[in-house]
Design a protein around this ligand. Structure first.
Ligand code: IMP
Ligand code: MG
Length: 406
């Protein structure tokens, strides 16, 4: 079996964590390649909800866990997350030597920069991810291997730069010691490990964080995250050749959510949004913020499918729309009197476009106990036709068992 990547096609929170947990059994390892503890991946087993920020969502499926070089690693979050895992799962984690670390000063900077932006703040998770990637680009960030090699780190330039930026560098030495304790015995070459698994006939599941529309380059800039969320970043983020990036499985919710600022053409408010938010538990898994709610956006999805080269789609949270009478699907945007289905062309004025809807579908009252209900089948056919993809997975509830393979 080839490697598989699970990638979000919207603004994150598409339900990737649940699907990674569902699919993990078929793979030797699950690997993260982008983002950091800004991610919040929820896996529900029995009555327990587990939220992973850094540890790959295969943790509860007993799989080997890999964190690649592309991740911005907050060792304080990692340490806390590991402490909640069964001891056997803790031992299965390898962090790449080249992962750069998120320092406490990065978190301070994240908050300060958001304040400077004022009314046009991004609405970041305040986890320090943007500043940490900026420090990496400035070649000032410490890497995982730097803190584990005792005495191997020169904090001078980093400290001076933080000070000039107005961030408090006083806790850095202590932070390095904590990072060393968390990372000792866990470092390795994640790219080489992925290749080894392949050579011995196994395969790896790649777990993307955030979503396509939050990609730093191709998303709704500047209202995006600070890393690359597309499958094309897998080889770079792990240190493997393009040929091993595997097959993409795009994940989309049957409606849309967004947390944080930025344009959102199909956003809705009122009672319907509130009902969907409650039924879908649409509160940020990292920040607890209520997520903004909107209808499914085919224009944005088509762009995301193209960017990732996704031929297969997993459709999630169908159960949430069972309680909604009718739902809409946006098929084009109207702007200054003309209509277009081209997301890229609309990107510069995404905040001003008016969504043009089709309302052909309902999932009202749909039950999934004995397979895919007819209404859901119609939605599947509609999306397959509109997006030129094959829908291969349906998720209609949080638990593993609430999944239908087509
Ligand atoms: P940052 O990644 O914390 O810098 O936040 C930048 C934007 O990305 C904000 O709008 C966040 O709410 C959003 N964001 C970051 N991570 C996630 C995620 O995992 N799911 C959904 N939105 C996210
Ligand atoms: Mg999430």
């Amino acid at each position: 079996m080839t490697n598989l990547s699970v990638v979000g096609l919207q603004w994150g929170d598409e339900g990737k964590g649940k699907l990674v947990d569902f699919l993990a059994g078929r793979f030797v390892a699950v690997a993260r390649f982008n983002g950091g503890s800004n991610a919040g991946h929820t896996v529900v087993i029995g009555a327990k909800r587990h939220t992973f920020h850094l540890v790959p969502s295969g943790a509860l499926a007993g799989k080997e866990l890999l964190i690649g070089a592309g991740v911005a690693l907050d060792t304080e979050v990692l340490s806390q997350e590991l402490s909640l895992l069964p001891p056997r799962a803790r031992k299965r984690l390898t962090v790449d030597n080249r992962c750069s670390l998120v320092s406490p000063a990065d978190k301070g900077l994240d908050v300060a920069i958001e304040e400077i932006r004022g009314g046009s703040s991004i609405g970041t998770t305040r986890r320090g991810i943007g500043p940490a990637y900026a420090m990496r680009a400035l070649r000032l960030a410490l890497r995982a291997s730097d803190v584990v090699d005792e005495g191997g780190q020169d904090l001078g330039p980093m400290t001076d730069v933080y000070r000039r930026l107005g961030a408090d560098p006083s806790g850095l030495r202590k932070w390095v010691e904590g990072a060393r304790a968390t990372l000792k015995g866990r470092l390795g070459d994640v790219g080489a490990r992925v290749m080894d698994i392949g050579s011995s006939g196994g395969s790896v599941l790649f777990e993307a964080s955030q979503g396509t529309l939050l990609d730093l380059l191709h998303g709704s800039y500047p209202y995006v995250t600070s890393s690359h969320t597309l499958v094309s970043y897998i080889p770079a983020g792990l240190g493997i050749p393009l040929s091993e990036a595997g097959e993409p499985l795009g994940v989309a919710k049957c409606y849309t959510t967004r947390v944080g600022g930025g344009p959102f053409p199909t956003e809705i408010g009122g009672k319907t949004a509130a009902a969907i938010r409650e039924a879908g538990k649409e509160y940020g898994a990292t920040t607890g913020r209520p997520r903004r709610i909107g209808w499914l956006d085919i224009v944005a999805l088509r762009y995301a499918v193209m960017l990732n080269g996704a031929k297969k789609l997993a459709l999630s949270k169908l159960d949430v729309l069972s309680g909604v009478k009718e739902f809409k699907v946006c098929t084009s945007y109207r702007h200054l009197g003309s209509e277009s289905g081209n997301f890229q062309r609309a990107a510069a004025h995404l905040g001003e476009v008016e969504p043009v809807y089709e309302s052909p579908l309902t999932l009202h009252g749909a039950e999934y106990a004995s397979g895919l209900p007819r209404q859901a089948q119609r939605l599947v056919e509609y999306l397959e036709d509109a997006l030129k993809v094959k829908v291969t997975l349906i998720s209609h509830g949080e638990e593993r068992s609430r999944t239908i393979e087509l």
